[in-house]
Structure formats: structure tokens, C-alpha cells
Design a protein around this ligand. Structure first.
Ligand SMILES: Cc1cc2nc3c(=O)[nH]c(=O)nc-3n(C[C@H](O)[C@H](O)[C@H](O)COP(=O)(O)OP(=O)(O)OC[C@H]3O[C@@H](n4cnc5c(N)ncnc54)[C@H](O)[C@@H]3O)c2cc1C
Length: 450
């Protein structure tokens, strides 16, 4: 391990599945906006016809839908009641709603919701009753995108290269599809693409490409944001800089992203996807750190994606996320010398296209030679770039068909400094967790300066 380099941190994602789902629905009597009636009869205006281009709903089913998220946990007592859901039909609708809350003497909370795939009610109004603005409106996504903004790809954006302008509620899968029409794609990803642009940009958007390109928030040229006062502002590194940096990774607390300008690169055609196993944690982290130290090198001298996961379950190595292993050829713990202990999988990819396909085998081989994994544990697959990026969707559909997607998902993301990751392995992976979880546990390195 290159222990002298304090710039590197290890990212840990923990997902542990638990029992049955618990949700809260609000009866109609709560559905009364707490507005200042003396101030222009705002509630009458808002519910009146023609105020919004989209729609404001107080239907209990809609309120219920806006109150649940992928975490599926019971809301905290501090979370405010959802009294109405706005499905915007224009940017102006978002402006109007926030301005209404701002000018109302007593005020009410407004929260943006993307695809609702966060946990612990992150997309709900916090501490005060309020309105949820459903930015992704997945009931009628296509119509909304037609009404508000379809992704607009710019191939030659001067100094900025190629980029795409997208609505804040757009899903990453649709950003990908729109960019691919021009042979382009965003550079940095999350493992799952059915998340909204505003949702991941208000968090971070981290995946195996982040060691090289930085997280998704480091690949945005410009944002259009509705601030807490209801102003519509453009912000970037050059303009309204504080707002730009506040909103990126700001958990929706500094404004609502209505448009994002996202950097694009030429889309690779295919991906060589490799997994190797380790029984020794030191070898595993040393190799992960070596691989991310190659960031910025020419493509042929590094991998394009570096992730990894921890297997604490004594059963099969397969789980819903690591569907890479063939179910017809399941791997047993004992076959990789883990002897019932914890094992670690390094997951790496190399992107390529027709022009580089001849040399890709040699280049991958040369990089693998520098690693210290269990020699018999190499699993390789080759697939189109889009299939690789959209890999978790397959697992989602499988789980949905068995009724196993809509269950609670307690979830924890941690950045662990490199100096403490060995202790973490000992205390958590080998200690607290034992073999008590079958949820995915991802562990991968990040360059802090990215
Ligand atoms: C299966 C799965 C895999 C995942 N994989 C990864 C991964 O690899 N890497 C990673 O980084 N994350 C990952 N995540 C986490 C995910 O990126 C975040 O939970 C993200 O916030 C979800 O996006 P969403 O559109 O569902 O947001 P929501 O859950 O709807 O909202 C999340 C937060 O964003 C705010 N927000 C939403 N839209 C806007 C907007 N337009 N403007 C301002 N704020 C807004 C909300 O107010 C809230 O605070 C994963 C989640 C799931 C369910």
C-alpha cells in the first residue's frame, strides 16, 4: 500500500436489506397549505386554474407516492408533512412555487424530488410542512420532457468541448440515450442510471470512473438554479460561483437545479469487464490504490473504471449486484481459499472500440500482470458500453419480478481515510458484519484531489 499518499480515500457503500416496507399516507384534512391568507390569497391562486403550466395535486395517492423513497424507512418525526405535490410544466412553475413560499408571511417548505431513490426522506420537506416539486414526474415523464426541455447536445462548444444541456429532472439513462445519438456520452457515472440529474448532482455522483474524471459534480460546466427567493440564476465557475459550489453536492438545500450543462466525451463502443478476487485485504487495497494512481495516463496505460466489493457471506459469491458470475457456474467461498472468512473483489473495465480492439487484450494483460489477485479467480466478459453502464437495471428488473425491489433499503455511504481502512476492515467487515448480510458492500478508492 502506498501509505504515504494521504490524498486517497476509500469509499464504502453499504446496503443491507431488511424486513417489510413501512409508509405513511396523509389524510385529506392535512392537505391545506399553511399560507398567509392575507397575502394575495396565495392558496386560492395556486390551486386556481392557469396558475401553473403543470399541475398541483393534493390527491392522497400522489402525496403518498412523494412521501416514500428507495430507502423505504419510516419518516423521521422531524420531517414535515407533504401537503401538495407540484408537477411542473415549465421552469416558471418552479420559480412561482418557490417565490410563493418565500413571500408568504409564515412560509412553507419546498423540496425538490428527482426519482426518489435516496433514503431517509431526503427529498421531503424538512422540519416544516410543505410542497414537493416532482422534477422527474415519472407518471408522465415523456410529456413533461417535451413540454419543458429535451436534452440539447452541443458537439463543438469551443473550450468546453462537447456538452449536453438537460432538465434537472431528466434521468441519466435518457441523458445517455440523447448523447449517444451523436456518438457522445457523459464521462462520469453512477452505477445505476434511473436517477435524476438534479438528484445525483445534489449528492455527488460517484462511481468507478471518478478516480479519473472526478465525480459527476466535477463534470458540470454550468447550472440554472431557482434560489430560495425564487430567482432563476445561471451559475458556473465564472458566474455566481458560491451558488454553483453550494448547489453541487448541496442536498437540495441551496436551490433547485432546473438545467445542467454536462461535459461529454466520445462514447466508447465496447467494454472489457474483469473481476478478480483477493483473500488478503492488504493486497486488495494496494492494487486498488495502484490502479487509481494511473489517473490521467493515456487510455492504454490504465483502466477506465475501478471499483470493488466485499463478500462477507459464506454462501455463493453472487448477489443481486454482482450478477457478473454465471448462475450456472456459481463460485463457492472455499474454492478461492477464503476458508469462511471475508473475500474482496476488484472490478475493473477497459473501454474500447473497433480501432483499438486488436491491442486491447495485450494492454489489459500488461496491466493485470502488475496485480496480486488469486490467479485462478479471473472472470472476464465483453459487452456493449451501454449494457455495461446500464448493468444494475437488469438486476432491478429481476428483483422487481420477485417483489424484492420495493423493500426497505437501509444504506450507508462512508468516506474512510486511507490511514484507517485496515482498521475498518478488521472492525467492520471481519468484525461487526460477520456473515449476517447478503446486501452489496462496495468498496472502492477515490483520489481526493478529483
Ligand atoms: C440502486 C441505486 C444505485 C445507486 N448508485 C449510486 C452510485 O453508484 N453512485 C452515487 O453517487 N449514488 C448512487 N446512488 C444514490 C443516488 O445517487 C442518490 O440517492 C440520488 O440522490 C438519487 O437521485 P434521485 O433522482 O432519485 O434523487 P431524490 O431521491 O429524488 O432526491 C435526492 C436529493 O436530491 C435533491 N434533489 C432532487 N432533485 C433536485 C434538483 N433538481 N435540484 C436540487 N436538488 C434536487 C432532493 O431534494 C434530495 O435532497 C444509488 C441509488 C440507488 C437506488
Amino acid at each position: 500500500m502506498n501509505s504515504s499518499n494521504d490524498l486517497e480515500l476509500l469509499l464504502l457503500t453499504l446496503v443491507i436489506f431488511a424486513g417489510s416496507i413501512s409508509t405513511v399516507g396523509f389524510p385529506m384534512e392535512f392537505v391545506q397549505l399553511d399560507l398567509d391568507h392575507d397575502h394575495d390569497n396565495l392558496d386560492r391562486l395556486m390551486f386556481g386554474r392557469g396558475f401553473f403550466d403543470g399541475s398541483l395535486t393534493v390527491d392522497p395517492a400522489d402525496l403518498h407516492q412523494a412521501s416514500v423513497d428507495f430507502g423505504g424507512l419510516t419518516p423521521l418525526p422531524s420531517q414535515g408533512k407533504i401537503m401538495a405535490v407540484l408537477r411542473p410544466g415549465s421552469v416558471n412553475d418552479v420559480v412561482k412555487m418557490v417565490k410563493t413560499a418565500y413571500v408568504s408571511r409564515r412560509g412553507f417548505a419546498v423540496s425538490a424530488r428527482g426519482h426518489g431513490h435516496s433514503t431517509n426522506g431526503q427529498a421531503r420537506p424538512y422540519s416544516a410542512p410543505g410542497v414537493v416539486i416532482e422534477m422527474s414526474n415519472y407518471n408522465d415523464h415523456e410529456t413533461v420532457m417535451m413540454m419543458i426541455m429535451k436534452p440539447n447536445v452541443v458537439i463543438d462548444g469551443g473550450d468546453r468541448g462537447s456538452y449536453v444541456d438537460v432538465w434537472g429532472g431528466e434521468l441519466w439513462i435518457d441523458v445517455l440515450k440523447a448523447s449517444l445519438e451523436y456518438g457522445l456520452a457523459p464521462k462520469s457515472w453512477t452505477d445505476y442510471l434511473y436517477l435524476s440529474v438534479g438528484g445525483t448532482l445534489s449528492n455527488g455522483g460517484i462511481s468507478g470512473q471518478a478516480f479519473n474524471h472526478g465525480p459527476q459534480i466535477a463534470n458540470v460546466h454550468e447550472l440554472e438554479v431557482v434560489t430560495g427567493k425564487g430567482e432563476l440564476l445561471t451559475c458556473s465557475e465564472e458566474q455566481n460561483t458560491d451558488l454553483f459550489h453550494g448547489v453541487l453536492g448541496g442536498l437540495g438545500q441551496f436551490g433547485i437545479i432546473t438545467r445542467a450543462r454536462i461535459a461529454l466525451e466520445p462514447a466508447p463502443q465496447r467494454v472489457r469487464w474483469i473481476r478478480v478476487l483477493y483473500s488478503n485485504f492488504h493486497d486488495f487495497t494496494k492494487d486498488q490504490e495502484y490502479l487509481i494512481s494511473l489517473h490521467g495516463k493515456p487510455n492504454r496505460e490504465r483502466f477506465d473504471y475501478v471499483e470493488g466489493f466485499v463478500i462477507v457471506d459464506e454462501g455463493l459469491i453472487n448477489n443481486w449486484r454482482s450478477s457478473f458470475f454465471s448462475p450456472r457456474n456459481p463460485i463457492k467461498f472455499t474454492s478461492v481459499g477464503a476458508n469462511g472468512g471475508v473475500i474482496y473483489s476488484l472490478e475493473i473495465t477497459r473501454n474500447y472500440d473497433e480501432s483499438t480492439s486488436r491491442v486491447v487484450d495485450q494492454e489489459v494483460e500488461a496491466l493485470l500482470k502488475k496485480l496480486n489477485y488469486i490467479p485462478s479467480s479471473v472472470f472476464t466478459s465483453d459487452l456493449p458500453y451501454v449494457d455495461f453502464l446500464d448493468r444494475v437495471r437488469k438486476a432491478e428488473l429481476k428483483l422487481r419480478s420477485k417483489g424484492l425491489w420495493e423493500v426497505p433499503h437501509p444504506w450507508l455511504n462512508l468516506f474512510v481515510p486511507k490511514s484507517r481502512i485496515v482498521d475498518f476492515n478488521k472492525g467492520v467487515f471481519k468484525g461487526i458484519l460477520g456473515n449476517k448480510t447478503s446486501g452489496p458492500i462496495l468498496i472502492y478508492p477515490m483520489n481526493k484531489n478529483k
